[in-house]
Design a protein around this ligand. Structure first.
Ligand code: ADP
Ligand code: MG
Length: 344
């Protein structure tokens, strides 16, 4: 009863997965309450926010000259800090309606962002109403969310494939033993499809269309049944709309280079893993999280190339938010693993 009272006084603590493609918010005691694309549409005439999230993503490639649809965390770094802060505040306000209550907040950011940027994100969270803000490392959150026994003296490998980055980490005894972070993720696959289609068919595709093609037809390993589909874009020669037929083999070929870069990042991390932990991994397998883990055939391809068992986490798009949320639910236990600003 007392616990409940304390709760309502302090407001609901929350965890935010500030991803390059999607932002998720987890509220203590409730779970994931918000999941939206990390996109903001800004009206350049007055600098005001025109739309945020799914609504803003719809506008990518469709805006009039005065409106810009921005992805503030584009390549795993904060490309536009001001817009990033606006987005964070917008999402927090949407979830956190009780203005008097000051929640604690855990924020998970791509590991490529600098210490200065991490501080700035924590400050933005405090500005948006947090009493205290913490930063959690992304691979750690992903591993916890995927249900790995990170505190045991055994090796766990997690590969989180997001929009802008892929993070590979070996975790044991609650700490990261070794890791790699590359700026290749789902966006890179979309871009590879755009480049391929331009070269092969003289057809211009928007990034939204390229992403849809990747999700529906992309693969990293030969399919049991290869398919063909019509895709639509703008003819680069005539400037008119045009439809062409593309096969799943062609799309696989188009994305081969970034797919290989992801696989190489996993292999090189395995290479640098101490032998005891390597043999643990042999047994436990490698866990894939993030939206990129859903790419058809990626698990099989990784298994063939590394000779390790590969597991795609349940609900890979939610792992980081769930892991950050689990930290929040047990903040007393996890607090020492998190970075924070001085208490006020
Ligand atoms: P981030 O953490 O960087 O925000 P997410 O983990 O949310 O990224 O993953 C987003 C990426 O996953 C996008 O590039 C998206 O296109 C990709 N993605 C989502 N679903 C699929 C799918 N079924 N197949 C391949 N890629 C997918
Ligand atoms: Mg992520």
């Amino acid at each position: 009863m007392i616990e409940k009272n304390k709760f309502s006084l302090l407001g609901r603590d929350m965890a935010v997965d500030l991803g390059t493609a999607n932002t998720l918010v987890y509220v203590r005691g409730r779970g994931i309450v918000l999941s939206e694309p990390s996109v903001v549409a800004i009206d350049d005439r007055d600098g005001k926010v025109y739309a945020v999230g799914a609504q803003a993503k719809q506008m990518i490639g469709r805006t009039p000259s005065n409106i810009r649809a921005i992805r503030p965390l584009r390549d795993g770094v904060i490309a536009d800090f001001e817009v990033c802060e606006k987005m964070l505040r917008y999402f927090i306000h949407r979830v956190h309606q009780r203005r008097f209550a000051k929640p604690r907040m855990i924020i998970c950011v791509p590991s490529g962002i600098t210490g200065v940027e991490q501080r700035a994100v924590m400050e933005a969270a405090e500005f948006a109403g947090a009493r205290k803000a913490y930063i959690i490392e992304e691979p750690m959150a992903a591993a916890i969310g995927a249900g790995l026994p990170i505190n045991e003296p055994t090796g766990n490998m997690v590969v989180d494939i997001g929009g802008g980055t892929t993070e590979v980490a070996v975790i044991s005894l609650g700490g990261i033993v070794n890791s790699a972070s590359i700026r290749v993720g789902g966006d890179e696959l979309d871009e590879a499809i755009i480049t391929f289609v331009k070269k092969e068919f003289q057809l211009a595709l928007g990034e939204r269309t390229a992403e849809e093609i990747k999700i529906q037809m992309g693969s990293a390993y030969p399919l049991q049944e290869e398919m063909k589909a019509q895709i639509r874009g703008r003819d680069l020669v005539t400037g008119l709309p045009k439809t062409v037929v593309i096969s799943t083999e062609q799309i696989r070929q188009a994305i081969e280079e970034p797919v290989q870069a992801i696989i190489d990042a996993v292999k090189s991390t395995l290479d640098r893993t101490p032998p005891e932990l390597s043999s643990d991994l042999m047994e436990q397998g490698i866990v894939l999280t993030g939206g990129g883990a859903l790419l058809n055939g990626l698990a099989t391809r990784l298994q063939v190339e590394t000779n390790m068992p590969i597991v795609v986490a349940d609900d890979p798009l939610n792992c980081v938010a769930m892991g950050s949320g689990m930290c929040l639910e047990n903040l007393e236990v996890f607090e020492r693993m998190l970075k924070t600003t001085p208490s006020r």
